[in-house]
Design a protein around this ligand. Structure first.
Ligand code: ZN
Length: 46
């Protein structure tokens, strides 16, 4: 079998209960990735 190079296609955005932003990526082979962007970082605590 030849190597398969994953192609990450942005599949949408989601927001967790904590308010963090989650990006979803999908390859046509079915593999998925998620990237979390914590929005709490840098936010001053009160
Ligand atoms: Zn793939």
């Amino acid at each position: 079998m030849s190597e398969h190079v994953h192609v990450r296609v942005n599949h949408g955005l989601a927001v967790t209960e904590d308010g963090d932003l989650v990006e979803e990526y999908r390859c046509r082979c079915g593999a998925t990735w998620t990237r979390v962007h914590p929005v709490h970082e840098g936010r001053p605590e009160h």
